[in-house]
Ligand binder design. Sequence first.
Ligand SMILES: N[C@@H](CCC(=O)N[C@@H](CS)C(=O)NCC(=O)O)C(=O)O
Length: 208
Amino acid sequence: MIKVHHLNNSRSQRVLWLLEELEVPYEIISYKRDLETNLAPEILKEVHPLGKSPVITDNGNVIIESAAITTYIIDQYGPTDFGPNSNDHDYYKYLELMHYAEGSAMLPLLLLLYSSSLGENAEPLMDRISSEIHLHIGYLSKCLGDDEFFFRNKFSGLDTMLSFVLEASKISDSLKNYPNLVHALDRYQSRPAYKKALDKGGEYILGS
Ligand SMILES: N[C@@H](CCC(=O)N[C@@H](CS)C(=O)NCC(=O)O)C(=O)O
């Protein structure tokens, strides 16, 4: 059975959500962030040397990185129509957004989070961080347009991947000028599988 090494208030919540959507059985191994540093406990490094979450273990595989984990779970356990086939014309568009979530869109949101501890010293960075956040959120807003879901207007791994970007944007008050993304996030968070994953995963401040 898939084991999800799950950290409270973290990206591993979207892995639980994906597994609930697919109704794939899994086991949660829980880890708690340090109350002072907010870091994962050292013991997570025994699963993978980076000590980050999510990590999954399954059939002898140890897999990190949400996009790789999402792809693995869908390939191994998903219905065949849940994502594109590598011969499909829109396969690379799917792949692009799958990796864009962590590779590009999260960067300015993380910079905002880290620079908040610098107080006034962060001021020179703020215009650039803010314009990058809005560049990426504006791009996602255009990608979604009037659709409900990011890929073929049908729920897919792109929605679980991009949900964390939307949640991190909302919590930093960056989503309010993008009503289609606000509605998408509301729709995600009201899905039964999302709620079930929240119940199982525990503390997740981005989910409210
Ligand atoms: N790009 C990675 C990011 C992994 C990551 O940084 N996870 C955070 C939680 S959201 C973490 O483990 N932080 C605890 C720490 O750095 O000690 C992914 O998408 O899986």
